[in-house]
Design a protein around this ligand. Structure first.
Ligand code: SF4
Length: 668
């Protein structure tokens, strides 16, 4: 099934990759091939430009790593030898192995594994959900990113809409907490710069001196995992000094007194001891925040990736309520706004998920090696788990199991694909229809295919619908084509449907620039902020806002934040160059390491070998390897995830990448 291609040479599209901005795009097509991708102005935040990553789309579409045909493994697992087969054979093989697994071992022996390779609404949780629900497959908890932040935000506020990019210049103080928009979500940067030009102060909280930290009025560089201490010290100060907005809290919040008690004792000095940030800097941050209005906190996903991550995000989100920062344009907080659309794919596509077991993707290695009943068929799509999940060596061992049948459905030969038994070529978003929803910018856009798929690539809805059919699970009236899926998803959203048809772009009901507590309110059942939500308190086991000590004090803390070269691991095949471990000159000197030296980074989970690069912008005691590297980027073929523990965050069962504690030796 090939979708029809429209005529003009320059065609509109929208970017569905895992990035908050959801740029609207202008795609130049020559002789049926994409030759250039640039931004256009339909999405007001795009401003006619896009990131360097997506500019490389033609290389991704037509590069040597593109998967063009279905293929079956012929060598041993992981060896990477495959033979081309037809789609007919490939679909038959996938269906046969899933049928056999279900009949012999039960549906739970089948595990779908997917995450964020595309945030398009048609590419995930549509016909794929139908297939796996009807098979009675294991369910997947997609927790590798944003799970603790999401749990914290929903627990405190429900899905309250955050401050929009264009309102940042209204703020007098902007706090970037664990966020580096210069690498991900670049369209926020000019709005921050505009605010600074208009006199706003900027505070950045990050263990690295990021590009915006260099231009900030104040940069706090806490030890990874200690942001909670800073947030609690701020909350404590507001209550202790009588500056908490008690009138606002009485009217709009529950749990204020309990929060006050939990923050008790968190003086600036205690927070300084734990975080390594001087007490006077923490105090300065709190004073700046107290005095400014509008004051805005933009939380990123950097400070959730540790044992205290959920509590840290919850405490940061509690601050605007405690300090009374809502109710003015440019004041409050912003995080992910994906929930404001209310469009839920899976329920629209299939009956509810069966009550089968749920597998946490952060425990994938252990699951593949130890789960009962064992996973017999692993179906990987929109995801490169070998390079993106914690405890990489265990994931690799799991993929190496001879009795595991692994399908990888992807656009390119990922590191994971090399461990597959069957690979299926997937279309790129410029080759299929998509509904694109930003989680930073408030736009929903429709993307239509602008070129025919390379090789024999097929779209997710098409392939999963075909498997539903082959397995005898289809029911009359199942929406399956892109058009039917779009119609089903938007059937309750007439205004949005109309705007998409007319303009190719829709905005939420509040128009795209909400003022919190004026036209956006908590979506909790009682419409109040729950500062100590019971459910989160129970979930955390030891109580929300309880600080857990560093898991490896004395060792170096490895962080692996997003880089400007890839989106997670997406587009990593284009970055062939070697990666470097960044290390503070002081830590390097103590180990006799100079820039360019080969080093071994190791801990109880594994080791990585790369060259070292000295970087004075890091906090001493913290080393950095970027997120999303591929095996070809390091000397050992392993990446930062080989050193990441498969422990879980306090709430949300998220990944603790930044709890990796390591030793480093120079390789002679
Ligand atoms: S990755 Fe982000 S910045 Fe880049 S084109 Fe896509 S939406 Fe825009």
């Amino acid at each position: 099934m090939t979708e029809s291609i429209r005529a003009p040479e320059v065609l509109p599209s929208a970017c569905p990759l895992d990035c908050p901005d959801a740029c609207s795009l202008e795609v130049r097509v020559v002789d049926g091939r994409v030759v250039k991708v640039d931004g256009d102005h339909r999405n007001p935040v795009t401003g006619g430009y896009i990131c360097a990553k997506v500019r490389r789309t033609p290389d991704h579409l037509y590069g040597p790593d593109r998967l063009l045909y279905p293929a079956r493994r012929v060598g041993s697992k992981g060896e990477g030898r495959f033979e081309r087969i037809s789609w007919e054979e490939a679909l038959g093989l996938a269906a046969e192995r899933m049928r056999e697994a279900r009949d012999r071992f039960g549906g739970e022996s089948i595990l779908p594994l997917c995450y964020g390779g595309s945030n398009g609404l048609l590419t995930q949780d549509t016909t794929d959900a139908r297939l796996f629900h009807r098979l009675g497959a294991s369910r997947l908890a997609r927790t590798v990113c944003a799970a603790p932040s999401g749990r914290a935000a929903i627990g405190l506020y429900g899905k309250m809409a955050g401050v929009a990019y264009p309102d940042f210049p209204k703020a007098k103080l902007i706090v970037l907490w664990g966020a580096n928009p210069s690498a991900s979500g670049i369209h926020l940067v000019p709005f921050i710069q505009e605010a600074q030009k208009a006199g706003a102060r900027l505070v950045v909280i990050d263990p690295r001196r990021t590009p915006l930290a260099k231009k900030a009025d104040l940069h706090l560089a806490p030890r990874p995992g200690s942001d909670l201490a800073i947030a609690l010290a701020a909350i404590h100060w507001f209550f202790e000094t009588g500056r908490a907005d008690l009138a606002f809290l009485a009217e709009h919040a529950t749990g204020a007194e309990e929060l006050r008690k939990r923050a008790e004792g968190w003086t600036f000095e205690r927070a300084a001891e734990v975080s390594g940030v001087p007490a006077e800097e923490i105090e300065r941050f709190v004073h700046l925040y107290s005095e400014a209005s509008p004051a805005l906190i933009r939380t990123g996903w950097g400070f959730e990736r540790n044992r205290n991550g959920g509590s840290a995000v919850a405490a940061a989100l509690a601050l605007p309520a405690v300090a009374g920062k809502f109710g003015v344009r440019g004041g409050g907080y912003t995080m992910s706004n994906s929930g404001v659309w209310g469009i839920d794919q899976a329920p629209a596509m299939a009956e509810p998920a069966p009550a089968t077991r749920t597998v946490n993707m952060n425990l994938m290695g252990r699951t593949l090696l130890e789960a009962e009943p064992p996973v017999r068929v692993l179906f990987v799509y929109n995801c490169n788990p070998l390079m993106t999940l914690p405890n990489q060596e265990k994931v690799r061992q799991g993929l190496a199991r001879e009795d595991l049948f692994t399908v990888v459905f992807d656009q390119v030969w990922t590191d994971t694909a090399r461990w597959a038994d069957l690979v299926l070529p997937a279309t790129h978003f410029l080759e299929h229809s998509e509904l694109v929803r930003g989680y930073g910018s408030y736009v929903l856009q429709e993307g239509r295919p602008v070129v025919v798929p390379a090789g024999e690539a097929r779209s997710n809805p098409e392939v999963f619908a075909a498997l539903v059919e082959r397995l005898g699970l289809a029911r009359s009236g199942d929406p399956s084509t892109a058009g039917e899926l779009t119609q089903t998803l938007l059937r309750r959203f007439e205004r949005i449907r109309g705007e998409l048809d007319r303009d190719g772009l829709a905005v939420p009901d509040f128009g795209g620039a909400p003022v919190q507590f004026v036209d956006a309110f908590p979506q909790t059942p009682d419409r109040k902020i729950h500062l100590v939500p019971e459910a989160l308190d129970r979930e955390s086991g030891h109580g929300l806002y309880t600080f857990l000590d560093d898991p490896g004090a004395g060792r170096l803390a490895l962080i692996s934040p997003a880089s400007s070269r890839r989106l997670n691991s997406t587009l990593g095949q284009l970055e062939k160059g070697p990666a470097a471990l960044e290390i503070h000159p002081q830590d390097a000197e103590a180990r006799g390491i100079a820039s360019g030296d080969s080093v071994r980074i190791w801990n109880e989970y594994g080791e990585v070998r790369v060259a070292a690069r000295l970087n004075p912008d890091l906090r001493p005691g913290v080393v950095y390897l970027p997120k999303g590297l591929w095996s070809h980027n390091t000397l050992s073929g392993t990446t930062a995830n080989a050193l990441a523990p498969d422990t879980l965050t306090d709430i949300g069962k998220g990944a603790c990448f930044n709890d990796a504690r390591v030793e480093i030796d120079k390789i002679p």
